[in-house]
Design a protein around this ligand. Structure first.
Ligand SMILES: [Cu+2]
Length: 140
């Protein structure tokens, strides 16, 4: 391939990416960025406590950066991220996540039912593990 053809191809790829990037379906994804931190707490990237509100049934892109606490699972996961219904503590399907060290992304669908939910860590990550929870609200 000649140099100019390469440049042309590269330009086409960039153009395609730009078009995909502004497609309406992509724009509606609710992006959530979180840190699962070494002190066994979920945090916003700026260190504050997250308050997550989702619209029932919406598409969610969860970006989590996980940092090792004191202990972890044999499979290498260092924190968990499991969504429970606050009322009966039943698990929400598709939201039983295991986190590895570093950044990872999950494509999820918000629960169809509005109400209060609870995020819980499922990896015994330190003596503070029990407190590694987060309230999550789903609105209609
Ligand atoms: Cu934990």
């Amino acid at each position: 391939m000649t140099g100019s053809k390469k440049i042309q191809l590269c330009g086409m790829v960039l153009l395609a990416a730009a078009i995909l990037g502004i497609a309406p379906a992509r724009a509606q994804v609710h992006v959530i960025e979180l840190v699962a931190d070494k002190d066994s707490r979920y945090k916003n990237p700026d260190g504050s406590k997250p308050e997550i509100t989702l619209k029932a049934g919406e598409q969610v892109l969860l970006r989590v950066s996980a940092r090792k606490a004191k202990t972890w699972n044999r499979d290498g996961s260092i924190h968990g991220f499991t969504l429970l219904r606050a009322g009966d503590r039943s698990k929400v399907e598709g939201w039983n996540l295991l986190l590895r060290p570093g950044s990872q992304e999950f494509q999820l669908t918000a629960p169809a039912e509005a109400g209060e939910y609870l995020v819980m860590c499922t990896v015994i990550c330190s003596e503070y593990h029990e407190g590694m929870t987060l309230r999550l609200l789903v609105v209609p």
